[in-house]
Design a protein around this ligand. Structure first.
Ligand code: F6P
Ligand code: MG
Length: 434
């Protein structure tokens, strides 16, 4: 029988989880409360006294949530109108055997996701703020603050499209690796790690920085991913790639640039992207963030940017790109449970040629957010989650990582105390099914 390591949890005071639950989560909630507080006036102007009371009620419930976290209250079963509540309650029961699980004692993955699910439940219970995204403005700001990098990256893609021949495999491989790495480093810019503080792209020419960053990629299976794509291209008429998105703003732009590169050079025929359905971990992409970004960039005066954005909009119209929504992404489940809790999604992935998982939270869910020895193989940590070939592009922002060489973690700790959590290091880990 397989015995698994224990889940990461805030009960260990020296853990990154502890700092997250104690400081980062209340700070994020304070910002959400402030943003909703501003809605009191605007709701009054739009909907009168009813609107004012509605927004006040939201602020009150969110303040209550913050206090529950800060005083480590027991987690209680959800009792709202959102349709995934039974799935949440079922998991919670499993953590509450002898005594009720609380914010600091339950698995960190559950607790951190639970906070965002509770925020969504509160907003959904209101009359006028049902679809209000308290993070929308921050997400938009983070893109606007990265526009120099956006322009340079769009120019780079444009020049690659102009100069590289579709049959020049050697060149294509080189640029595939470049765009994959740009998308990887785009993951540095999430707003959850910075507790909602500005965290935009601060490198103006991201593609020129790749060489210097190579030494921070601890595991790199991009070669295997490239070989898989070539092999599938030879074998099949239609190659499908799925991208499970992470953050809006600059990271989303880098993901779409990678998609456009793959489609333009016929390395993929269709790309399906998977966003979140509720406001999530501050900066995660919702469908409305994608739409906002594409229309914002389409009207930009920088030609390469507006052209690219218009091209992407066309791709969503002609079906070479699709957006697919699923509530599974905002459950607290590790991906090894996908087949149980969302079998139709698991089955859907089985017909994909490759699934790219972006970011830290997706990585935590891939490996179950367990306290694995760092030299555990990625395949073992996936615990039979294997619908098709998959690859994770992640900068390290949580104290879990697998697939390192024996002894490598010790050396890294000497090099940089914060190596697992400060986003400076990254991995490209894959499980390729031949
Ligand atoms: O709040 C911290 C955290 O859970 C970290 O794991 C990570 O830094 C962040 O949230 C989410 O990161 P990402 O956007 O890369 O999934
Ligand atoms: Mg994120």
């Amino acid at each position: 029988m397989e015995t698994n390591p224990s889940p990461l949890s805030a009960k260990h005071e020296s853990s990154f989880a502890y700092g997250t639950v104690k400081d980062r989560m209340p700070r994020i909630l304070t910002k959400v409360i402030d943003v909703c507080h501003k809605q009191i006036q605007s709701s009054k102007e739009c909907f009168g006294e009813d609107g004012r009371k509605d927004a006040i009620d939201v602020v009150g419930k969110l303040s209550q949530l913050r206090s529950e976290i800060m005083t480590d209250k027991p987690l209680f079963a959800l009792d709202d109108q959102l349709k995934d509540k039974e799935a949440w309650n079922k998991r919670l029961q499993q953590y509450s055997n002898d005594s009720p699980a609380s914010w600091f004692t339950a698995p960190w993955l559950y607790v951190e996701c639970f906070m965002y699910r509770r925020i969504a439940g509160v907003l959904n219970s209101s009359t006028y703020l049902k679809t209000f995204d308290p993070f929308a403005e921050q997400k938009q700001q983070s893109l606007m603050q990265s526009m120099t990098a956006v322009e340079n990256l769009a120019t780079f893609l444009h020049s690659v499209k102009q100069s590289v021949k579709v049959n020049d495999t050697a060149m294509l491989k080189q640029f595939f690796v470049d765009f994959l790495q740009v998308s990887l480093w785009g993951n540095k810019c999430d707003l959850s790690i910075s507790a909602g503080e500005e965290n935009s792209q601060n490198v103006s020419e991201p593609h020129k920085n790749l060489e210097a960053l190579k030494k921070f990629i601890l595991i790199d299976y991009s070669n295997d991913v490239w070989n898989l794509i070539l092999k599938q291209k030879k074998r099949k008429d239609q190659v499908r790639i799925d991208v499970v998105l992470d953050n809006a703003g600059f990271e989303l732009f880098t993901d779409l640039v990678l998609c456009e590169f793959l489609l333009f050079f016929n390395l993929a025929d269709v790309i399906i992207i998977h966003p979140k359905c509720i406001p999530w971990f501050v900066s995660d992409v919702n469908a409305s963030d994608l739409n906002w970004m594409l229309s914002y960039l389409s009207s930009c005066s920088f030609e390469e940017v507006s052209q690219l954005s218009t091209k992407l909009q066309e791709r969503f119209k002609d079906g070479s790109m699709l957006l697919m929504k699923n509530d599974f992404w905002t459950l607290p489940d590790p991906f090894c449970l996908m087949n149980e809790s969302s079998s139709e999604l698991y089955k859907y992935f089985s017909s994909s040629d490759l699934v790219l998982f972006k970011g830290d939270l997706n990585y935590r869910k891939l490996v179950g957010d367990l306290d694995w020895p760092h030299d555990t193989s990625f395949k073992m940590a996936l615990r039979h989650f294997s619908p098709t070939s998959l690859c994770s592009l992640r900068t390290l922002k949580a104290d879990v990582v697998v697939g390192l060489k024996p002894g490598q973690a010790k050396l890294l700790a000497k090099e940089c105390k914060e190596w697992m959590v400060n986003g400076q290091y990254a991995v490209i880990e894959s499980n390729i099914i031949c």
